[in-house]
Design a protein around this ligand. Structure first.
Ligand code: UT7
Length: 348
């Protein structure tokens, strides 16, 4: 059997604490002018004590379940895309599964910033082949825990947050119409955390050299990103039998405004078709696309019948793109608020 999948629920959660460019000016040798002109970022959310990948995931997931009108026990699978799991093991997916009262398998997916789209494409397979009805896909990062706040080349870029969707089996043509995924592991050092894994355990020497933190060769990643964003999006569109002109909304990975502009230019998209919220969140890696999707829905930029193109790139190197035709009836914000537990605020 080959059916369709539809996004029936969505939710997001970001920590309350905000780190502005002005705050960073007091921490490292940088300026609001440099950060804004080179990246488009003005502020980012950072986790406080007690917040983690699982707490943000659970908050976003509860909204997504409420919007889909289902409960944890209705889920067939939970996929959590993250490089910031609560623990090396067990998976953050396990923690989310328990908190939601789900009785299904759960696992973490590690494809860095491309993780959410890897997860969405994977979930689609189980729904299209008829083996499951509802799958929760979460993109979450708490990069502030692994960022070196003395390194100005990385600390200005990243932020924390989570976005979640419920992808459901559907008979209606739509949902994930095409996707692509890719990997090139020739240069893991372009963007990585060198120690703490099985290749190089944590040592005092490593800690002194700050090798427990994210390290990046920004220029190299920038060149790769400007090349791959357009190519990957075109490939997914091609699989869906579409061209860039057929997209009603383009949601690119929010890593750098200049990369977004370059991809939009390559795809010949006018600014009104391109979704950007990097100024508020910075680069939240696997969470960036689902957070952007939630905000696009809130702003009325997603509507039944709309074709949405999403594309990401990241550490690995990895890349992924997907084309989704929106088929879910949009429930109103008020209805969702009624459906949510009193303590779960929308978008927070
Ligand atoms: O999800 C994937 C994650 N990674 C990315 O998407 C990263 C992609 N790369 C980028 O976004 C850009 O390469 C950066 C924003 C990281 C850097 O921008 P750039 O235009 O490539 O700058 P650069 O690295 O060539 O640095 C230019 C100058 C250097 O000074 P000198 O050597 O010209 O004197 C840097 O030391 O800017 C300096 N610089 C800074 N100055 C002020 C680097 N970071 C900062 C900073 N504040 N935060």
């Amino acid at each position: 059997m080959s059916g369709y999948s539809a996004i029936t629920g969505w939710g997001m959660s970001v920590p309350e604490k905000i780190l502005t460019n002005a705050d960073l000016e007091r921490m490292v040798e940088t300026s609001d002018e440099w950060i804004t002109s080179r990246t488009g970022i003005k502020e980012r959310h950072v986790a406080g004590p007690g917040e983690s990948a699982s707490t943000l995931s659970i908050a976003a997931a509860r909204q997504a379940l409420a919007r889909a009108g289902i409960e944890g026990k209705d889920l067939g699978l939970i996929i959590v895309a993250t490089v910031c799991a609560d623990y090396p093991f067990p998976s953050t997916g396990n923690l989310v599964q328990h908190a939601l009262g789900a009785q299904c398998p759960a696992f973490d997916m590690q494809a860095a910033c491309s993780g959410f789209l890897y997860g969405l494409s994977t979930a689609h397979q189980f729904l299209a082949n008829g083996s499951m009805k509802h799958i929760l896909v979460i993109g979450v990062e708490v990069l502030s825990r692994v960022i070196d706040y003395t390194d100005r080349t990385t600390c200005v870029l990243f932020g924390d947050g989570a976005g979640a969707v419920v992808l459901s089996a559907s008979d209606e043509p739509g949902g994930v119409l095409g996707f692509t995924m890719g990997s090139d592991g020739a240069r893991p050092d372009l963007l990585w955390i060198p120690i703490g894994g099985s290749a190089e355990p944590v040592t005092e020497e490593g800690l002194r050299a700050h090798r427990q933190y994210v390290q990046m060769q920004g220029g190299e990643v920038f060149k790769f990103a400007t090349r791959i964003m357009g190519t990957a999006m075109e490939e997914a569109l091609d699989h869906a039998g579409m061209t860039a002109a057929d997209m009603d909304l383009f949601i690119p990975h929010q890593a750098n405004l200049r990369i977004i502009e370059s991809a939009s230019k390559r795809l010949n998209l006018p600014p009104e078709k391109v979704f950007v919220n990097i100024e508020k969140y910075g680069n939240t890696s696997a969470a960036a696309i689902p957070i952007a999707l939630c905000e696009a829905i809130e702003q009325g930029r997603v509507y039944p019948g709309a074709h949405i193109g999403m594309v990401a790139f990241g550490a690995g190197l990895t890349w992924a793109a997907a084309v989704v035709k929106w088929t879910a009836p949009l429930r109103t914000r008020e209805k969702v608020r009624d459906a949510l537990p009193a303590t779960a605020a929308i978008g927070s």
